[in-house]
Design a protein around this ligand. Structure first.
Ligand code: MTE
Length: 318
């Protein structure tokens, strides 16, 4: 399957439109899901979109007016190395991944450490629809209608103390359930980190769903981060651990190739990756003849987040 050849089943131009057309989207999503699995259902066991629960949501702030990518783009063109390094591997290999029960261990510099069930983590929060630009460091992008709640609202509940300067997140480590972890493509488990200011920023989401449905496994079920002004690799999937730290955590990609990937990973068209330009990006789903589009500073969220980095040299702190 080529990413340039995607089915476009809906056109959504605004948040209000998105919300009012929710039922249509769900129906279309099911239809596309059915069309998609129609071709592959025999080969691919497990959960089609129809088996994913609908979520109760409210409209959230900061949504872009750009047209979201299709359900098919969002759920079959993925990076999730725990299920393979090909773009369609997560979709193919994550279907059987069981995410219930799910527990998150919270610790480090905070007054309310502990083990929290999925329901304890998500329960108290209103789930918001937020359509965000999603820019991968590999110079492709999508627009994704995530469902989630501000990460800061969750972190506050654990009462971080004055020594908490950063937050570190870990993905599940279980090579039986995540076959990609049997190969040393990265040091497992996947680890990511944010400064407290980044983690508490209202744009930063703890994501539990997409297109009004609970997250498909390949997108990081049951809990993943989305930090829309950063390259996609900061958006760690299938989180089982949150730790408040006084020192900057070492994130997986910076450990693997420090010259290419840093801690900050803010989208920046002016700072190239050592092996390719970051000035432009390919929108997944666009026609093969479409030109690449310019990448925006902080992925278009500069107004909201540029002040977090005042005085920081963004060439050094990539
Ligand atoms: N999280 C884990 N645990 N493992 C991964 O391989 N890939 C990252 C990020 N989170 C990754 C991960 C990368 S490189 C990107 S671009 C995004 O997830 C992709 O998210 P998506 O598949 O939902 O688009």
């Amino acid at each position: 399957m080529k990413p340039d050849n995607r089915i476009r089943s809906w056109e959504i131009t605004s948040e209000a439109n998105f919300v009012s057309r929710r039922r249509f989207i769900r129906d279309a999503g099911l239809a596309v899901g059915a069309a998609l699995t129609g071709a592959t259902a025999l080969a691919l066991p497990g959960r089609a979109s129809a088996s994913l629960r609908d979520l109760e949501t409210v409209p959230g702030p900061f949504s872009t007016d750009e047209t979201p990518n299709s359900w098919e783009d969002v759920t079959t063109y993925n990076n999730f190395y725990e299920f393979g390094t090909g773009k369609e591997d997560p979709y193919r290999n994550a279907q059987e991944f069981v995410t219930e029960p799910w527990t998150v261990k919270v610790g480090g510099e905070c007054d309310k450490p502990g083990k929290y069930d999925y329901a304890d983590i998500v329960g108290p929060h209103a789930l918001e629809d937020r359509v965000y630009r999603h820019r991968c460091v590999e110079a492709w992008s999508m627009v994704v209608p995530w469902v989630g709640f501000p990460l800061g609202d969750l972190l506050k509940r654990f009462e971080p103390n004055s020594k908490a300067k950063y937050v570190r997140f870990k993905t599940l480590f279980d090579p039986d359930r995540m076959p990609g972890q049997r190969r040393a493509v990265l040091r497992w488990p996947y680890v990511e980190g944010l400064t407290m200011a980044e983690a508490m920023h209202p744009l930063t989401l703890m994501v539990v769903g997409v297109y009004g449905k609970e997250l498909p496994n390949q997108n990081g079920a049951p809990l993943r981060l989305v930090i829309p002004w950063k390259y996609g690799f900061k958006g760690i999937k299938s989180i089982v651990e949150i730790e408040f730290t006084s020192r900057q955590p070492k994130n997986s990609w910076a450990l693997a190739t420090p010259r290419e990937y840093g801690f900050y990973a803010n989208v920046n068209p002016e700072v190239d990756h050592p092996r390719w330009s970051q000035a432009r990006e390919r929108r997944i789903g666009a026609s093969v003849f479409a030109e690449k589009q310019p990448t925006l500073m902080f992925n278009g969220y500069a107004e909201q987040v540029a002040s977090l980095y005042a005085g920081l040299d963004l060439r050094k702190n990539y």
